[in-house]
Design a protein around this ligand. Sequence first.
Ligand SMILES: [Zn+2]
Length: 216
Amino acid sequence: MLLENERTEVVRVLKEMQRLGLVVGTAGNVSVRVGDQVVISPSGMEYGEMEPADVGVHDLDGNPVDARYAPSSELPLHLSVYRATDAGAITHNHAPASTALSVVVDEVPATHYYSSMFGGPVRVAPYATFGSDELATNVADALKDRSGALMSNHGALTIGPTLAKAYNLLPYLEYICEVQLRAMAATAAPGTSIKVLSPELLAEAGSGLKNYGQSK
Ligand SMILES: [Zn+2]
């Protein structure tokens, strides 16, 4: 099967997203780019029943190369991000905290140092209809020098050199959005305000995180 490893990985990641509560129903899609071909999850299929052969391969213009089902309706979004960035993979979902925050702010303030994982404060791409070229352009702009973005009144998206790396960021994006929402709610109390990290402190955290973990 063409790109069997990538198709298998797409199914694995979708099931994991569902298990962790990062998707509502089948409202999540992931893709991997290999050269001028894109492996992307099919449209509206129950993840539990999905097999690698159900995941299609398309070219960068969206034409099917090897696909038994229609691709995710958000294929144009994925294709635009690949054209505008050097991403090797994309994950996208409609998780509650990132979606809720996307309707109130234009940028996720750097309240938690995990923002440094995304290259700085995560931007919110202005709303446009799903599947539209306008949305794709807005998201590509929001991703400039960033590995994640929110999509206003819609959801969240992460990119990375591999699907594992793009997917690894998704729970952290949901987490910093959840923290920000709770902090905003807490400032309803008199005399409280949100403390935001300076760009310098964020950059310092970013270089620390690069060296974090066990060296092998
Ligand atoms: Zn979406």
